[in-house]
Design a protein around this ligand. Structure first.
Ligand code: UD1
Length: 419
């Protein structure tokens, strides 16, 4: 187990450079195996989810090299091995090997993916999409391994019941090497999807409309060598902006696209939190007193569910009552009991919370129940008086690259230990 230890109340000053987007990188790495050639990815974040995908690549006999933020993936000797349970369950994004291997071999065997425990995380929309393209989906006798098989994949019109990020990407993968045209209606519109379509198109795919709610994919026979740079991580950036609003002293968050963060910046404006857009980033300082607001998470471009938990910490310091509502994941309130232990005044009712500010926080020994809950608790620890100890901190390393270095470099007193 890893433990993060924070001495709170230190100002954050200097520069934090934002890395590549986790949710882009974890799809781009599996996408690379669809090319009969070499795929180069740059600006890949150094997060443990990328390491878990690398382990799967190696298991599939893919040659993978990385140096700093650059990955070179050569899948010319790819073997369509059954991906074992211990590799599949290490992260959510292992499900992208379903679409990628199905596209290339018309057959894949893999276990149900892992990932954060934030509620039921079905993959029925992914599977229905594969079936619409002509695949059959069965389970093994233990009801745990998926066997997805197709004589051939044929383009189809697919209407998603929910604009699922993962299903959109997985169907895009399978459709890229299918015969004919696929249209995905009610597609997810997250900016990461544009980045993934960019790599596939650089590989020779024919995808139009990524980033809108209708994506059209004209199947091609072959994908070749290509490269792409991972876009910036809007969730990492948003988390540090929230920390900056609480503790910043001319803190610069660099390497970001402010337009990806519009929903957060709109909230800042409503709350009277000041920030400056500067070339290449945003500069932010602590706003001593700011207003409460209501936050409801939703699909892009609405307020991102992945920023909801860090945002709830900001709301504990707002003057007045804020209504907070999560609409995507049913178990995203696991961090609230720890915030209340630290002195917050939050009432949870299902997927809604009533947050009463302003409440000073005090350091306690607490637990990171998932990735974004962990980021929220780090934020809480930074503003709390005294020492905060966060157990199960490995969750945080799944999605925040070098978080300890980045925060230490701007003045936080934070360290991580193995226990
Ligand atoms: C991705 C992100 C995650 C983010 C989420 C929503 C990655 C690796 N993870 O997760 O950080 O919180 O988008 O922005 O990119 N659903 C179904 N059936 C399905 C698929 C999804 O019912 O087959 C439901 C889910 O239960 C959930 C909602 O749809 O309620 C959103 O899921 P989805 O967009 O698929 O999330 P992920 O791709 O898993």
């Amino acid at each position: 187990m890893k433990q993060i230890i924070i001495e709170g109340k230190n100002k954050l000053s200097g520069t934090i450079n934002i890395g590549g987007a986790k949710n882009s990188a974890v799809a781009l790495i599996p996408a690379a195996i669809m090319a009969d050639g070499v795929v180069k990815l740059s600006n890949v974040p150094r997060i443990s989810d990328a390491d878990a995908l690398t382990a799967i690549l190696k298991f599939l006999n893919v040659d993978v090299n990385f140096e700093e933020d650059k990955y070179t993936i050569d899948a010319r000797n790819l073997q369509n091995n059954v991906i074992p349970e211990d590799l599949s369950t290490r992260l959510r994004a292992s499900y992208y090997f379903m679409g990628a291997l199905l596209a290339r071999f018309k057959h894949v065997e893999i276990y149900f993916p892992g990932g954060c425990n934030i509620g039921a995380r079905p993959i029925d929309l992914h599977l229905k999409g594969f079936e619409a393209l002509g695949a059959t989906v069965t389970k093994d006798e233990n009801n745990s391994k998926y066997i997805i098989d197709a004589q051939e994949l044929t383009g189809s019109d697919i209407h998603l019941d929910f604009a699922s990020v993962g299903a959109t990407i997985n169907i895009m993968f399978a459709a890229t090497l299918a015969k004919g045209v696929t249209k995905i209606y009610n597609a997810a519109q997250e900016v990461e999807i544009i980045n993934i379509a960019e790599l596939l198109n650089n590989m020779g795919a024919n995808i139009k409309g990524a980033g809108t709610n209708v994506i059209t994919i004209e199947g091609v026979e072959h994908l070749h060598s290509a490269s792409v740079s991972v876009i910036c991580d809007r969730i990492e950036a948003g988390t540090y902006l929230i920390m900056g609003a609480l503790l910043g002293d001319n803190l610069k968050i660099m390497g970001i696209e402010p337009e990806y963060l519009q929903s957060l910046l709109d909230k800042f404006q409503k709350m009277n939190i000041k920030y400056d857009i500067i070339p290449g980033g945003i500069m932010i300082s602590q706003t001593p007193s700011f207003l409460s607001t209501d936050v409801k998470t939703d699909v892009y471009p609405e307020f991102p569910t992945d920023l909801g938990q860090p945002m709830s910490v900001l709301l504990t310091q707002a003057s007045g009552i804020s209504h907070f509502e999560e609409t995507i994941w049913e178990s995203r309130m696991g961090h609230i009991k720890y915030l209340n232990m630290m002195g917050a005044n939050i009432e949870v009712n299902g997927m809604k919370a009533l947050i009463k500010g302003t409440t000073p926080l005090t350091g306690k020994e607490i637990v990171a129940t998932d990735l974004r809950a962990g980021a929220a608790l780090v934020t809480a620890g930074l503003i709390a008086s005294g020492t905060t100890i966060i157990n199960d901190a490995e969750h945080i390393l799944r999605g925040y690259e070098r978080i300890i270095n980045k925060l230490s470099n701007v003045g936080a007193k934070i360290k991580i230990i193995d226990c």
